[in-house]
Design a protein around this ligand. Sequence first.
Ligand SMILES: [Zn+2]
Length: 477
Amino acid sequence: MSDLKLPSRSEDFSEWYNQLVLRAELADYAPVRGCMVVRPYGWALWENIQAALDRRFKATGHVNAAFPLLIPKSFLEKEKDHVEGFAPELAEVTVVGGEALEEPLVVRPTSETMIGHMYAKWIKSYRDLPVLINQWNSVVRWELRTKLFLRTTEFYWQEGHTAHATADEAEAETRQMLDVYTDFAVNDGAIPVIPGLKSESEKFAGALRSYSIEAMMGDTRALQSGTSHNLGQNFARVFAIQYLDQKNELQLCWTTSWGLSTRFIGALIMVHGDDRGLVLPPKLAPFQAVIVPIYKSDEEKSKVMEAVGRVQAQLSDFRLRVDTREGLTPGFKFNDWEMRGVPLRIEIGPKDVEKGTVALARRDRPGKEGKSFVPQESLPGQIAELLAEIQASLFDKALAFRRANTHDPVDYEEFKHAVANGWAFSWWCQQDDCEAGIKTGTKATTRCIPFEQPDGEGVCIHCGRPAKKKAIFARAY
Ligand SMILES: [Zn+2]
């Protein structure tokens, strides 16, 4: 908590982000390099994200379970692409109680291998399928350059793992979970996302196909905000996840995995935040409204606090915080809650008590424009309405920003300018060498090949070869 102004978001986006995370008390740096401590306010936000996702997972037939943190190293070595992809960031346990382990264990970077091993044991017949399991946990991928929530050695997420009888079912599951992420990002996060297919070089290590949702941050860089992988039979083959079909013939399963992490908190900060601090969408905000009582004398205080008590009782349907901290001015409290992104502020002072009103201030519209005076008795309806309006307006604003910064360059010269300042949506040949050339030349990578495509075909923006699809290109976090 501090009075000091944040760095300007438009002038130094990166430093604005770093300081905001600390000052809003979302997270802090851990004494172990690369690790973060998620503070209670940040964890409350994560819990709301978890609840919103978990509800959707259950509604689509999934159940939660817990698998171990430690995985025999040999498990990872079974799938060649998988181990190659994760090797540089694997943490190993080799010594226990001063003695070398016979077989090293790795701290899970993700759980496909452990789960593959267990599914092979559990799945016997077509009657056992599909298996639809999710787990909420943390994973470790060694990172040298840290950015809180975006890139840390240990991070929190959920990983869903499913096994199916047919390729079609696995593909349908993969797409269904991407739809779940899209629905969550749009409706709860107020973040417009573009769902699509990852390129071969950007796909998950060991997957047949990866899909992602991509969001534009406030500095126009892209953030992959959730991923869903069709693993084909790659993991089923190496772990022997098999079932007897109706004809009593042995078949390999088809598996999927999908995940969304605490990175999403980074997205919320970078999409909606402003110079004053966080702006949280009402559906995920730890507090949807904060009441700031205003008084000078003890006499005023007792009248005001009585009204605050009444209002608080009326608003039991909302996540509410009453700021009763002593020795701080109302102005200080206003700034503090603005910085922490609480969608609505309710001010109650002696004049409001006399008139039977409260003053409401919207976080998304600072100053007079976002202020209104409301009779106390109509407060619950007004607040519900305003929260819905704020939720919708955050989404609209983010969508308008993305549209304004997504370009359709006519040639590669224009493309270079486009990805220096935003996104390019361009025809692309889908060849690895071409993608690598673009990355070297511009630092932009393919984010995804969106499902929504224009009619017809074109020529690749970079190499001029024929192109069947357009892709999103951007510099990414
Ligand atoms: Zn090309």
